[in-house]
Design a protein around this ligand. Structure first.
Ligand SMILES: NC(=O)c1ccc[n+]([C@@H]2O[C@H](COP(=O)([O-])OP(=O)(O)OC[C@H]3O[C@@H](n4cnc5c(N)ncnc54)[C@H](OP(=O)(O)O)[C@@H]3O)[C@@H](O)[C@H]2O)c1
Length: 207
């Protein structure tokens, strides 16, 4: 699959390594431009290229958003329309300033900014270190760590879930962007906790 990545920091670069290792083609971008990504794409090898943000969005059948949420209004809406978009972003008011989600989840807010994008919230509940180091492709699904998945588009959720399995984690569905999206936000019982599927299902049943 062709994957665009917006943001080349802890989550963007870590995900790029995992995607390339799983055999996908990656176009990665950041705020400073492709020149600043020379070292990273060299490390990633021939399946990776450094691009502008717009080019990364246009390149990907699936596009990962891995930037601070406060930069939401710089995202290339036209290029993201129709794409499966992973929202890995979390809302931290100290970093992102005051944003008004009008009672919805931060991912609903993101989806509202991106007309036509098929937004799936995932990769946001796990710290980048275990994300980079703890995936176990080939291990039984019940023995792996969980990445939670929320979204309103069933096909998009399925595509993202397959990708999660390929990089060695187990996708666990939390529901729509409204409900599951909120379950996955900072401060909840499943946020930033390493869990296998049995425990994840148990925690979710209590939410
Ligand atoms: N760190 C984690 O473990 C973790 C885990 C789960 C979710 N998250 C969430 O994932 C997102 C990224 O976190 P991170 O820790 O990876 O951040 P980070 O290491 O600070 O990296 C942020 C990246 O976003 C890029 N960026 C900033 N504004 C941009 C814009 N307007 N257009 C394009 N690129 C832009 C930066 O570009 P430059 O490199 O050019 O500065 C940088 O590459 C955040 O929303 C965070 O809450 C983080």
């Amino acid at each position: 699959m062709k994957i665009g990545i917006i943001g080349s920091g802890m989550i963007g670069a870590t995900s790029a390594r995992l995607f390339v290792k799983a055999g996908h083609e990656v176009a990665i971008s950041n705020s400073r431009g492709p020149e600043s990504l020379k070292g990273l794409v060299q490390e990633l090898g021939p399946r990776a290229r450094a691009t502008s943000v717009e080019e990364a969005a246009a390149f990907g059948e699936l596009v990962l958003l891995a930037i601070p949420l406060k930069a939401y209004d710089t995202l290339p809406r036209a290029q993201l329309s129709g794409k499966i978009v992973i929202d890995a972003m979390n809302y931290y008011p100290q970093r992102d300033g005051q944003l008004d989600f009008k009672g919805g989840s931060s991912s609903q807010f993101v989806a509202q900014q991106l007309p036509g994008a098929r937004v799936v919230k995932t990769f946001n509940t796990m710290y980048f270190k275990p994300l980079g180091e703890e995936g176990k492709p080939g291990a039984p699904l019940e023995d792996r760590l969980v990445l939670f998945v929320a979204g309103d588009d069933a096909e998009a959720r399925q595509t993202v879930s397959r990708l999660i399995e390929q990089i060695g984690f187990t996708p666990i569905d939390t529901g729509t962007l409204a409900t599951g999206g909120k379950h996955q936000q900072p401060g909840t019982a499943i946020y930033n906790r390493l869990m296998q599927p049995a425990q994840a299902r148990e925690e979710l049943s209590k939410m």
